[in-house]
Design a protein around this ligand. Structure first.
Ligand code: AMP
Ligand code: MN
Ligand code: MN
Ligand code: MN
Length: 276
């Protein structure tokens, strides 16, 4: 059976490897089918698909869309999308515009806390001009010696209640699913175990996601414990959702798991790649 890794990032969002380096690493690590799923950005897919041809990896065109649902942020993967789809491209461009405005507000918050020029500092770590994320602020804060590592920097500066955190309105769940479908892709709720929702809130989220046309959930993610993998396998079956698997790889030294590290999907879960 081919080895799938359907969640990864390149320098076109907040990853550390170029699309070419990422694809080559995936090939070396035995991945047969790789999805590049940069946050809100498709710019790396052209380069990745060329590298994939050379490395004999099958590239699945993807993106990880930022969504606001109730008072939390969700990530929805679009898998096997058409990167030329105007509806999806316009939607993502709007999210990226929001990211730039948010980055200005993050920088203002940090300036108030005595850290000047953080926007410019974060931008110096950005490769794809219109895609700035908290990760770039984190790298700036580590680089300037304010925090010693990437784990602490979020906790101290970039999460709710800290100076570099601002409220932000991303796309709606309906919009994200509709844009992904307009591009012919499958909408997959990324790392469902990472969201701060109650047990009943999670059930409401999964029901709403499915009712809006959502196709699957990421059952296997390095942020899930074994118990959560079982739980999401069960949820996939109960809610009639497909299951996906991805390392969410961001680069050497900044990831929980490496490319291709995920085990097989639990029995009884219908894979999102079933008819690819
Ligand atoms: P943003 O979409 O700009 O809010 O940035 C979110 C990104 O920051 C995620 O995709 C992760 O790559 C990274 N991230 C979020 N929380 C943490 C954390 N606690 N430690 C390390 N990286 C994180
Ligand atoms: Mn990220
Ligand atoms: Mn994510
Ligand atoms: Mn991700």
């Amino acid at each position: 059976m081919p080895h799938y890794d359907l969640h990864s990032h390149s320098t076109c969002s907040d990853g550390l490897l170029s699309p070419t380096e990422l694809v080559r690493r995936a090939a070396q690590r035995g991945v047969d089918v790789l999805a590049l799923t940069d946050h809100d950005e498709l710019a790396g897919l052209g380069e990745a698909s060329e590298a994939a041809r050379e490395a004999k990896v099958r590239l699945v065109a993807g993106a990880e869309l930022s969504v606001s649902w109730r008072d939390i942020t969700l990530h929805v993967l679009g898998l096997s999308i058409d990167p030329a789809c105007p509806v999806l491209n316009e939607g993502l461009a709007a999210i990226r515009k929001g990211r730039t405005e948010r980055a200005r507000r993050i920088a203002a918050g940090l300036a108030e806390a005595g850290i000047p020029d953080a926007y410019e500092g974060a931008m110096s770590f950005v490769a794809s001009e219109s895609l700035i994320s908290r990760t770039h602020f984190a790298r700036f804060l580590v680089d300037t010696g304010r925090v010693s590592n990437m784990k602490d920097v979020f906790r101290r500066y970039l999460v709710e209640g800290k100076p570099g955190h601002v409220k932000h309105e991303w796309a709606s769940l309906t919009q994200a699913i509709d844009w992904i479908h307009a591009a012919g892709g499958r909408a997959v709720l990324a790392h469902p175990g990472r969201y701060k929702v109650s047990v009943s809130g999670l059930r409401e989220l999964l029901a709403e996601f499915r009712d809006l046309g959502g196709d699957g959930i990421e059952v296997l993610s390095p942020s899930h414990s074994d118990a959560q993998v079982d739980e999401f396998a069960r949820h996939a079956r109960i809610f009639g959702l497909l299951g996906s698997s991805g390392s969410d790889y961001h680069g050497p030294g900044e990831s929980w798991a490496d490319l291709g590290d995920m085990p097989s999907l639990p029995a009884g879960v219908e894979p999102v790649w079933k008819d690819w």
